[in-house]
Design a protein around this ligand. Structure first.
Ligand code: KG4
Ligand code: ZN
Length: 341
């Protein structure tokens, strides 16, 4: 009998401290400690994030091992997020992973956070149907820091075919939410408000960007100026129209994303389609993608909600496929804030 491959995975790129245990490609546990400390500041404060990771990491790892029913000496390798992300946050996860690997004399696996978001589509769970995409697979990665179109030819072989030239889609949600006085992160709040709003109430300028690239900074500016003018006429304009504003903004962002996804599918001829990253939790985006899938014969993959935002399970799944290829890193590895893809 071949021995089990058990990966302990650590994710600490932003404001969530997460640990997961993956065994032979199946997620046994996936724990996330959210950092409430940033709420009061309307965004993630890097210094506070690294301190909170430092406080959370040991208990989160212990809980992940306990929930998986695994002991530390049963772990085959440690996978951790190397970047992109906040350097101080990444340092906590990286140092912990190195310490664990050194103490147990097991391999260390460095994981690209963006690749891991895409790999969340391959997270399998016991007792579930576990539908996974076939290759080649086209993925729209939409998070707080990135908006990309990626062709996946094999588990770890990915090609970037489209990228944002300025803000990310999640950033557009968050910045516009902030302008409306909504709490951080704004994406989920806008999603909830939009459910009771009219998506055609207001119209905002959409970018005209060539090819498969995206742009969201113009939308943010157009939204800001629109609100400034309207609030000048009626100080209660935002409060009176909150649901319609959220729904109209969300519709605009979704239309920009779906138009490029459709174009990418046509250009590559790929109809195995997935959406990943925090914004893939958006109800409107999921419905719009499902509509396109029905119309265009796509085989659509939408990750479970727990795998949309940052989580260590996706790091562990990527680590598992790296393990199969003996793609290990040595202890001189350092985290990186940016990874040029
Ligand atoms: O993937 P993620 O957790 O972290 C990054 O790697 O950036 O994505 C976080 C982003 C935030 O911008 C957040 O507002 C957005 O995902 N987000 C959403 C929703 N849930 C999270 N945006 C729209 N609708 C949602 N339901
Ligand atoms: Zn992320």
């Amino acid at each position: 009998m071949t021995p089990e491959i058990t990966i302990l995975a650590i994710e600490s790129s932003c404001d969530d401290t997460s640990a997961a245990v993956i065994c032979d490609g199946f997620v046994l546990s996936n724990l996330i400690a959210n950092q409430a400390v940033h709420k009061a500041y309307g965004g993630v404060v890097p210094e506070l994030a690294s301190r909170a990771h430092q406080a959370n990491i040991v208990p989160v790892v212990s809980q992940a091992l306990a929930a998986a029913g695994k002991r530390a000496d049963e772990v085959s390798a440690v996978a951790f997020t190397r970047g992109p992300g906040l350097l101080g946050s990444l340092l906590v996860g990286t140092s912990f992973a190195k310490g664990f690997a050194l103490a147990r004399n097991i391999p260390l696996i460095a994981v690209n956070h963006l690749q891991a978001h895409v790999m969340s589509h391959f997270a399998m769970e016991h007792g579930k149907e576990n539908r996974v995409p076939e290759f080649p697979f086209l993925c729209l990665l939409v998070s707080g820091g990135h908006t990309q179109l990626i062709v996946i030819r094999d588990h770890l072989s990915m090609e970037l075919i489209g990228n944002t030239i300025d803000d990310a889609a999640g950033e557009a949600f968050d910045k516009c939410a902030k302008v409306m006085g909504l709490p951080y992160p704004g994406g989920p709040v806008i999603d909830r408000l939009a459910a009771d709003g009219n998506p055609d109430a207001f119209h905002f300028a959409k970018p005209r960007i060539q090819g498969l690239d995206f742009s969201f900074s113009g939308l943010k500016t157009s939204f800001l100026y629109f609100l400034r003018d309207r609030v000048g006429e009626d100080p209660d304009f935002i409060a009176r129209n909150l649901n319609d504003l959220a729904a109209s903004l969300q519709r605009t962002i979704i239309e920009i994303l779906i138009a490029k996804l459709v174009r990418a599918s046509k250009e590559t001829g790929i109809r195995e389609i997935g959406i990943a990253g925090g914004v893939s939790a958006n109800g409107g985006l999921r419905r719009a993608a499902a509509r396109e899938a029905g119309k265009r014969g796509w085989n659509l993959f939408l990750p479970e909600f727990r795998y949309t935002t940052d989580n260590a399970a996706m790091i562990g799944i990527t680590g598992y496929y790296s393990y199969l290829k003996s793609d290990f890193t040595d202890h001189s590895v350092i985290p990186v804030a940016r990874i040029d893809t």
